[in-house]
Design a protein around this ligand. Structure first.
Ligand code: NMX
Ligand code: MLT
Length: 435
């Protein structure tokens, strides 16, 4: 929308001198040191990225634009009759850092509606894929198939674009893509699991509400969807999906290439796929117990058996967090309010009790507490979405909001191509003084 775009332009132009001054005058100031352990160990904790969309404190958890999750859920304009904010307003907030008025929200919603039509070739391509393709592979393919629609790509090719304006067509591409994601995701769901019985979009509904409608799941699933997309949107920029999106975009690849790559990173079991893994794992004991809640002792045994077979406990641990993920807590509170007696929720709650002491006793995981994925599948299951290999698609639709916001700002602030330096094992041994 023009309001959002004009505001964003003002914000980006106002921000540029800060970035320029830091690079020019303070470029040599050290903010970190790098150890051999970090070089071999997945660059853990190295401070080498910058983003202002969200920040992850190891003990407090995520803040979006300075606000905690409860603050976001409280302060942003809500959909009438629902408990959750508009995703449209949340996207405005991620991009600008300002709480939108209801009028702002309506303008973004209008903009998404105008852009929601998905080219027929995307559906044709999805239909041509084998039905047993993973929904994440289908989503990634659908997104990259639309690369030909990129306005950034066209304008860059025509040699029209000034570097200061890169963000503008990136913003247009982002809105065009985000507007289509609910349709694409729900199409994949209905095509794959509901005999291709596709539900058309309802132009009266908001982004989250329309997604729930096209999935064919009644209220309050609309609110569940809004909550889910907001909670999964961003987790600063070092996680695999956000980092992949940023890295690809840093080569000036357009948003379609970048977000398709983001989806591919999210599809790994140590990252977003963990939400499907949790459900799959719980199902094992659920079936064994015929749906009855196991005793604490039985659950402990189940956890130990998993660890002893050399597998990780899905939904627990984190590369940055050192306490219970507030996204877990927000979903737990939702469950306590809406599905307190659900047997699967009871399983998850029992796991919350038994897993952390076991992981501490085992002594490997640096963080024994649950992350977002431990809780999210249960809510989906309860509302009837039981095809758990679809769960990471929901994560991806949410994550695209944050990654698009990051990439638009990357372009606005002119961040360069990302290219860290490699060394050899010989060099590390020399640095260690053993060679
Ligand atoms: N269960 C068993 N072992 C674990 C777990 C866990 N949940 N978490 C960490 N460890 C092990 C880890 O495999 C490693 O073992 P080894 O030394 O044999 O390689 C050791 O503990 C140290 O790992 P950490 O430094 O604590 O964790 P790291 O930062 O490398 O990895 C995760 C973070 C999230 C990948 C890891 O905790 C994990 O595999 N968790 C389970 C999968 C999961 O829930 N992922 C979702 C994360 C959130 N998201 O949505 O992306
Ligand atoms: C995320 O939401 O991206 C995950 O919690 C993983 C991470 O932050 O590393």
């Amino acid at each position: 929308s023009q309001v959002l775009k004009n505001k964003l332009k003002e914000k980006i132009e106002g921000w540029r001198p800060r970035t320029a001054r830091l690079t020019k005058e303070f470029g040599n100031v050290k903010i970190d040191e790098v150890t051999i352990g970090q070089v071999i160990g997945g660059a853990r904790d190295i401070k080498c990225l910058v983003t202002d969309i969200s920040y992850l404190d190891p003990f407090e958890g995520i803040r979006f634009r300075g606000l905690t999750i409860p603050e976001v859920l409280e302060k942003l304009p809500k959909v009438p009759g629902g408990e959750m904010p508009y995703v449209e307003g949340f996207f405005f907030f991620l991009l600008t850092g300002d709480i939108p008025s209801m009028k702002d929200v309506e303008e973004v919603a209008e903009e998404f509606k105008k852009r929601q039509d998905v080219p027929q070739y995307v559906f044709d391509m999805l239909k041509a894929l084998p039905k047993d393709s993973h929904p994440m592979a289908m989503l990634s393919a659908a997104i990259v198939s639309m690369q030909r629609e990129s306005i950034f790509f066209k304008e860059y090719e025509e040699g029209k674009l000034h570097k200061n304006d890169y963000w503008d067509p990136t913003y247009e591409d982002s809105l065009n893509l985000l507007a289509k994601l609910p349709r694409i995701a729900s199409f994949i769901y209905r095509w794959k699991y509901k005999n291709g019985d596709i539900i058309p979009s309802d132009p009266k509904l908001d982004w989250g509400g329309n997604f729930a409608h096209m999935m064919g799941i009644p209220k309050p699933y609309d609110d569940v969807s809004r909550m889910y997309f907001i909670l999964h949107s961003d987790h600063e920029s070092g996680n695999v999906s956000a980092h992949t999106g940023h890295l690809i975009a840093s080569a000036l690849s357009d948003i379609y290439y970048s977000i398709s790559g983001m989806v591919n990173g999210l599809a790994g079991p140590l990252h977003g796929l963990a939400n499907q893994e949790v459900l799959k794992w719980i199902q094992e004991i659920y079936e064994k117990k015929g749906g009855n809640v196991p005793t604490e002792e039985e659950m402990k045994q189940f956890v130990w058996d998993t660890l002893k077979s050399g597998q990780v406990i899905p939904g627990f641990g984190h590369a940055v967090l050192r306490k219970t993920d507030p996204r877990y807590t927000a979903q737990r509170e939702f469950c306590l309010k809406h599905l307190p007696d659900d047997p699967l929720f009871k399983y998850v709650d029992l796991l919350y009790k038994v897993v952390p002491p076991i992981l501490l006793e085992q002594g490997k995981a640096k963080n024994p507490w649950p992350n977002v994925d431990a809780q999210s599948g249960v809510i989906q299951w309860y509302y009837g979405l039981r095809e758990y290999d679809f769960y990471t698609v929901l994560f991806a639709v949410g994550r695209a909001l944050g990654v698009c916001a990051n990439i638009i700002w990357d372009r606005g602030l002119g961040y360069p191509i990302e290219r860290p330096k490699s060394v050899t094992t010989d060099m590390l041994e020399e640095a260690a003084g053993i060679k």
